[in-house]
Design a protein around this ligand. Structure first.
Ligand SMILES: N[C@@H]1[C@@H](O)[C@H](O)[C@@H](COP(=O)(O)O)O[C@@H]1O
Length: 242
């Protein structure tokens, strides 16, 4: 695992935007794997800035998001589809028909999950996958205990994740209990992985990811099995590293 440390969240976010733009410029009809959460917001803003400056063209790109809450319609303010439209897609020239987020309202979730896997495969696989990290080491919604070879599936969120994500909802009761997430096996098939972690709150999870045992109990540690993964950190998230 490569580790790149920047003094501020802004600089780390700009680095992530540069890496995403680099992947798009190398393969303009390629495939991006995208993430939600508080962490990538500044990186998406930097990417929008690069688009406006004419440094990157998304017109032929396809995107697949990591996960979605079960039970929220696409236009719900806290759905990950809505987040992506607001934070990125509406401000760049990506074709909305080529942006994919798991369907949180699918009537047959298992079928929707295997279809999502097939769509990624048919697109040629993911060139660059962006990730954040949960306080408990989760990646996407692969909570501790998720199998290293897991695929896109329905999962139950841990109480900790529900509490952490409650800040985005009016009350904790409104946070969905289940989600569809790409699996760890799915994520590890991306040709390049960039994990962004910002702030002191992530320092312990980052330390375990980099220095701890490679274990399903800390899903992010499994990324060390991948050949081309970079953790992009601000100084606060990196402060417990050796
Ligand atoms: N499913 C998402 C993850 O993809 C994200 O990386 C993580 C951290 O979120 P944040 O960036 O808001 O700290 O938790 C969420 O629940």
């Amino acid at each position: 695992m490569n580790v790149a440390i920047f003094s501020t969240a802004e600089e780390a976010s700009r680095e992530v935007a540069r890496r995403i733009a680099g992947a798009v410029n190398r393969r303009p009809d390629g495939v991006l794997g995208l993430a939600t959460g508080g962490t990538p917001v500044k990186a998406y803003q930097a990417l929008i800035g690069m688009y406006r400056d004419g440094k990157v063209d998304f017109s032929k790109i396809r995107t697949f998001n990591l996960d979605e809450y079960i039970g929220l319609p696409a236009d719900h303010p806290q759905s990950f589809r809505h987040f992506m439209d607001q934070q990125l897609f509406q401000s760049i020239n990506v074709d909305p028909e080529r942006t994919f987020v798991p369907d949180g309202l699918a009537s047959d979730v298992a079928q929707a999950c295997s279809q999502y896997e097939a769509m990624i495969r048919d697109a040629g696989g993911i060139d660059l996958q962006l990730l954040g990290i949960g306080h408990n080491g989760h990646i996407a919604f692969n909570e501790p205990g998720s199998a290293a070879d897991s695929r896109t599936r329905q999962v139950a969120l841990t109480d900790e994740t529900i509490e952490n994500n409650a800040r985005f909802f009016e009350s904790i009761d409104q946070v969905p209990r289940h989600a569809i997430t790409m699996g760890i096996g799915t994520i590890l098939e991306a040709r390049e992985i960039v994990l962004l972690a910002l702030g002191e709150g992530k320092a312990e999870a980052v330390k375990k990811m980099v220095h701890g045992p490679i274990t399903e109990q800390h899903p992010a540690s499994l990324l060390r099995r991948h050949r081309n993964v970079t953790a992009v950190l601000d100084a606060a998230a990196a402060r417990r590293l050796a």
